[in-house]
Each structure stands twice: as C-alpha cells, then as structure tokens.
Ligand binder design. Structure first.
Ligand code: EPU
Length: 416
C-alpha cells in the first residue's frame, strides 16, 4: 500500500487517542484464562488486533468484535490445542497465547510468533519462565510443543526487564496454586493494566517492591468487563508530530499524562509547552527546537517505541542531538529512509547523532510500525511532497490514521 503526503507549515486541531495496542493484545490472552465471558472496551481497530481475533477464531473460541463501539467479547469455553494459524507469525504478541494455553492444556503446540523486524527478538525469557513453572517444551520446524504434568509455583528473577516475559509469567502464575514471586519485572503501564484486569477477574497479584510481584495462585478466574488503557505510544507519536512543525497547537483527548512523564519531560526540554485538563493534553510547539540527549529504556525511561519519531523531529533542532537506543540495538530502519530526504544522521552501534537538517521530498519505504510514523513526520516536515510505501506496517498499530491526520490538516492519500 502506497500513500502520498504533503508538507505542512503547522498542525492545529484535536484528536482522540485510541485504546492501547500493547495492552489489548495481552488482555485478549488474559481473557482465555476463564471459561466465562470477558468484555473488553476501548479495543482499537488495528490489524494486530484483527489478526489476534482470527487466531482465537481458528481455536474455536467465541469472539465477537463490535468495532464501531470498540467492544470485544471473548468466551473461551473450549479451545483447540494446536495454534497453527498463519496469523501467529504475523504478530509478536501471539506469544501471549503460550501463557494462556499453558494454564488450560496439558499439551499444546504453537507456531513461532512474528512481529516487527527490530533485529533479534528472542523469546528465551518466556521459555525460561515456563520451564520454571514445570512446563516442558520441544522445538521443531513447525514451532513449539509444550507439555505439563504438574505446574508448580516458583521464583523467577528476570535477567533482563521484559514486558512480554513478565506478562506471560503472570498469566501462568495466576492459576498455579501456591505463591509465586517474580523479580526484576517490567512495570510498563500496559503490564499494570493487565494485572488490574486479572485482579478484577479474581486473581491475586500484588507488588511487594517496585519490580517485585507476588502472585497467590487461585483455582478459578471469572468473567469481567474491562476498559483498555489509552495508547501512550500513539499519544506520544502525535505529540511528536505536532512538535515537528513550529507553532503548532494540538489537543489529544483520552490521555493520562501521569503515564507519560519521561516523554513530556523530553518534549519540554525541546521547548514544547503543555496544558493538561482532566484527560486532555494540549501541546504548543516552539518556533525553534532545542537539542536533547535521550537514552531509551524500560519504563519509566523514554520508550523505544517513540525513538524513530523523536529522531525525526530532532532534525529540526538548532544543534546536534544524541539518542542512545537501550532496548533494541538494531531499531534504526528509519535512518536510511530519512537520509533519502537529506537528513544528516551518524550512527555508531546503538548511538545516533542527529544534526540540524532541511528535508526535501522523496519516495520512502516503511520497515516497521514506528518507523512508519517517523516517516509520516518526516514527510510533513519536508519542503516537498513524499510518497510512503508499505503503509501496512503503520495500520498494525495506529487506529484510524488517515482520519486522525485529516482532522489536524494532514492529507494522507492512498495511491495504490
Ligand atoms: N528479550 C530477550 N529475550 C526475551 C524477551 C526479550 O532477550 O525472551 C530482550 C529483547 O530483545 C529486548 C528486551 O529484552 O532487548 C526488552 O524486550 P521486551 O520483551 O520488553 O519486548 P516485548 O515484550 O517483546 C513489547 C512491545 C514492544 C516494545 C517493547 C519494549 C508488545 C506486543 N510489544 O515487546 O512494542 O517495544 O515491549 O517496551 O507489547 C511496538 O509497539 O512497536 C513494539 C515493538
């Protein structure tokens, strides 16, 4: 899918931020821990969610998505034990099905999860956690084959902070009898959202210290109606878009700014100003943008999922900025694309130096979801029109992007 986009001089308007992709996907798996009905509200219409629904459907699970109202109803009375749908390979979050199936089936099989190409993305921490619970697995060309005789409560210390492995360990722990301790866990707001929902379903999960969780296993979970948190990465992407042009004014509705402290701090250092009223945040961008030095890392640090977008905006800085990518050392697919437009960027290993640049037009290719939004920002900043190919990646995680951009004066027009 190829789109064209026109340069702009400033951005004005208001949009509503959608439900979080990275909370919705594990919440869908959490819904499989009970045979009762789970209703999720604020579920975004994005292709990662649709693919997850297709996988559930292939497992014989009842699933109904009223996308006009963003309500997803799931009832997993029964489910098959072979997850062989081709959609598993289309998104990384399909790994959450492992955690859910491990609590429902003594044996099951699943093919390898996919996802954005951000360099090597192993699942060893997930598999080590399953192993600690007594879940054995074997691998072959078809995927992973799991077998459990008896799950046991355990203690897991994660050597690396991992969102996915933390959530998978929680999914298994909630229905494993006895007390399980997890340490060095991820504390991203999306992890907290999943914990909140599971506790409402009857789980008993609590924080002992900041990165330490205790789970008292329960026999049964019940159904729930739960509203998914807002997408802080979508919100951050639009705030960065607004700051890419001088004297823009953009209001985002449906945002809890307390969950975006590191992002707002960096945007403030760049000279942006904010006003927050209830769940609305308004950004006013500066005429001249200040340089920053940012390292991405686990929450509460600056998120890696906003690094490509931040890199792009900093091209309009007055001086050189530096970004160190602390999570995915190969998440730089945007760099070569930005250079096509005249961006001056120097990359050494996981460190990027960003120099003030004037961007011209060009034909761009998206390589992953966040790279895609970065290229939208670059096109808006450039002095000529741009085309963007492989927009499919962007549709994986940004709901209603064409309409939202239109609302703030940006024409993102489909060519093919
Ligand atoms: N890691 C391992 N082994 C593992 C798992 C992770 O070495 O088994 C490493 C990774 O390679 C990475 C680090 O641990 O260097 C952290 O990765 P993490 O496990 O936290 O990533 P994830 O859970 O697979 C989620 C989001 C990503 C987001 C990261 C970091 C979902 C579906 N994905 O991935 O989102 O970048 O956390 O916050 O929640 C995106 O939305 O664009 C996206 C890539």
């Amino acid at each position: 899918m190829k789109y064209k986009i026109k340069e702009k001089s400033s951005i004005q308007g208001e949009i509503k931020i959608s439900g979080s992709k990275n909370a919705t996907l594990p919440l869908i798996s959490a819904a499989l821990l009970t045979k009762e009905k789970v209703m999720l509200y604020n579920v975004p219409l994005i292709s990662d969610v649709l693919n997850m629904i297709r996988i559930l459907d292939s497992l014989g699970i009842f699933v109904s998505y009223q996308y006009q109202h963003q309500i997803l109803t799931i009832q997993a009375k029964h489910m098959k034990k072979k997850v062989l749908s081709a959609y598993v390979g289309k998104l990384r979050a399909s790994y959450y099905l492992m955690g859910a199936l491990a609590t429902r089936k003594k044996t099951f099989q699943i093919c390898y999860p996919g996802g954005c190409n951000l360099g090597q993305r192993p699942i060893n921490l997930h598999l080590d956690a399953f192993h600690a619970y007594g879940i054995k697995y074997e691998e072959d060309e078809e995927g992973l084959h799991f077998k459990t005789t008896k799950r046991q409560n355990t203690e897991i210390h994660f050597p690396v902070v991992s969102v996915g492995a933390t959530i998978n360990a929680i999914l298994v722990g909630v229905k494993t009898l006895g007390v399980t301790h997890l340490t060095n866990v991820a504390i991203e707001p999306e992890v907290i959202d999943v914990i909140e929902c599971l506790n409402q379903m009857g789980a008993n999960i609590r924080f002992l210290e900041e990165r330490s969780i205790e789970i008292q296993g329960v026999k049964k979970l019940h159904g729930v109606t739960y509203s998914v948190m807002f997408d802080r990465i979508e919100a951050g992407s639009y705030l960065l878009l607004a700051s890419s042009l001088p004297e823009s004014k953009l209001t985002l509705q449906g945002v809890d700014s307390t969950k975006m402290a590191s992002v707002l701090e960096v945007l403030s250092q760049m000279g942006n100003q904010f006003q927050t009223i209830d769940k609305a945040i308004t950004i006013v961008s500066p005429k001249e943008l200040s340089n920053v030095c940012v390292t991405t890392g686990p929450y509460p640090m600056f998120p890696t999922d906003l690094q490509p977008q931040l890199t792009t905006v900093l091209l309009r800085g007055m001086e050189k900025s530096t970004i160190i990518e602390g999570i995915y050392t190969k998440r730089f697919s945007h760099v070569e694309e930005l250079k096509k437009l005249g961006a001056r960027l120097d990359k050494e290993e996981n460190q990027l130096e960003i120099y003030p640049s004037v961007l011209h037009g060009g034909d761009l290719n998206v390589h992953d979801l966040r790279c895609g939004f970065a290229l939208i920002i670059a096109s808006v900043m450039s002095k000529e029109n741009c085309t963007i190919d492989q927009v499919e990646y962007i549709l994986r995680g940004y709901e209603d992007i064409t309409d939202k951009l239109k609302k703030i004066g940006i024409e993102f027009v489909k060519l093919s």
